[in-house]
Design a protein around this ligand. Structure first.
Ligand code: TPP
Ligand code: SF4
Length: 306
């Protein structure tokens, strides 16, 4: 197990920011799973959320990419080297605004990746504009008038797009979030955790006080079992999860909404058409001195008859 290798002295998030809880939960999840840090790639976009790879105190690799494009990078990395554990951190604006098309289409492929949404209801880095998860009528302090747009529902959107592990966490429940992240990393397929992340600087609507009195854990519900164990259960579990995704008021559920490992992951789908991908994925390609590949993907393409 890798230990912390430097101090968190330069993290420039505001005091009390929910991102600290996310950072701690992610680090502890990776350590408790005993993951080899060399195999972990943290990918993020631009936003306060995007800084997370810089602040990790375990020596994982990080790629801080463009706003909205982290899922495209992450899928490329996973395709190039399926042996890597790819963890993506997106803001709600990053992942569900400009990155919404990538968010939906990743679901259709089911790559074995973990996506963590820092859901604070605002575009925090650019000073508190309304983000896609802010509800109509809400007025955080940077908005001159209440929000006139309806919100996107990350849980329902993920379910409808094909994500095979769909959960919600809370940034101040670090232990609970850590367990969700461990389950998401272990899950074979595309996992998403929508993390309710207070932004004390710009969002004075979704505060700790707001969440603390509303949040409850789905696991405390009698007979709640989100895991699909046979194809016949898929419809029923999906519809129960969708129904729960609509709950947002005096009670807000966290925990696992849906989990289905019966859907083939993207790598398996490729292998079905191109068995040599297993031993010949792009990261294994040898590179000449001048930076050019000396092996090519021609064999894979020929097998696929492209
Ligand atoms: C293509 C592009 N458009 C816009 C921006 C400006 N921009 C930087 S961060 C940001 C919003 C970040 O909000 P969110 O993704 O919700 O993350 P948070 O800061 O709340 O964690 C925007 C619009 C950008 N960097 N690149
Ligand atoms: S602006 Fe909000 S999200 Fe960004 S660091 Fe400060 S509290 Fe955190």
């Amino acid at each position: 197990m890798a230990g912390p290798n430097w101090k968190l002295e330069w993290a420039d998030w505001c005091p009390g920011c929910g991102n600290f809880g996310l950072l701690n939960a992610e680090q502890r999840a990776i350590q408790e799973l005993g993951e080899d840090p060399k195999k972990i790639i943290m990918v993020s976009g631009i936003g306060c959320s995007g800084k997370i790879p810089h602040f990790m105190r375990i020596p994982v690799s990080g790629v801080h990419t463009l706003h909205g494009r982290s899922l495209a990078y992450a899928q490329g990395i996973k395709l190039a080297n399926p042996e890597l554990e790819v963890i993506v951190n997106v803001g709600d604006g990053d992942g569900l605004g400009i990155g919404a098309a990538h968010f939906v289409n990743a679901g259709r492929r089911n790559p074995d990746i973990t996506v963590i949404i820092h859901d604070n209801g605002v575009y925090a880095l650019t000073k508190g504009q309304a983000s896609p998860t802010l509800r109509r009528g809400d007025k955080p302090k940077s908005l001159p008038v209440p929000n006139i747009s309806d919100n996107a529902n990350p849980i329902a959107l993920a379910l409808a797009s094909g994500y095979t592990f769909v959960a919600r966490g809370y940034a101040y429940d670090v232990n609970g979030l850590k367990e969700l992240i461990k389950a998401a990393i272990k899950h074979k397929g595309l996992a998403v955790i929508d993390v309710l992340q207070p932004c004390p600087t710009y969002n004075d609507v979704y505060t700790k006080e707001f969440y603390d009195k509303r949040i409850y854990n789905l696991s405390s519900e009698k007979d709640w079992d989100p895991i699909v164990k046979s194809p016949e259960e898929e419809g029923e579990k999906m519809s129960k999860a969708l129904q729960k995704s609509l709950e947002w008021g005096t009670r807000i559920p966290i925990g696992i909404f849906y989990q289905n490992e019966l859907v083939p992951i993207y790598e398996e789908r490729i292998l079905q058409q191109a068995p040599s991908y297993k031993d010949n994925y792009p990261a294994k390609a040898k590179i000449e001195k001048d930076g050019k590949l000396i092996t090519s993907v021609d064999d894979i393409l020929k097998e696929k008859k492209i």
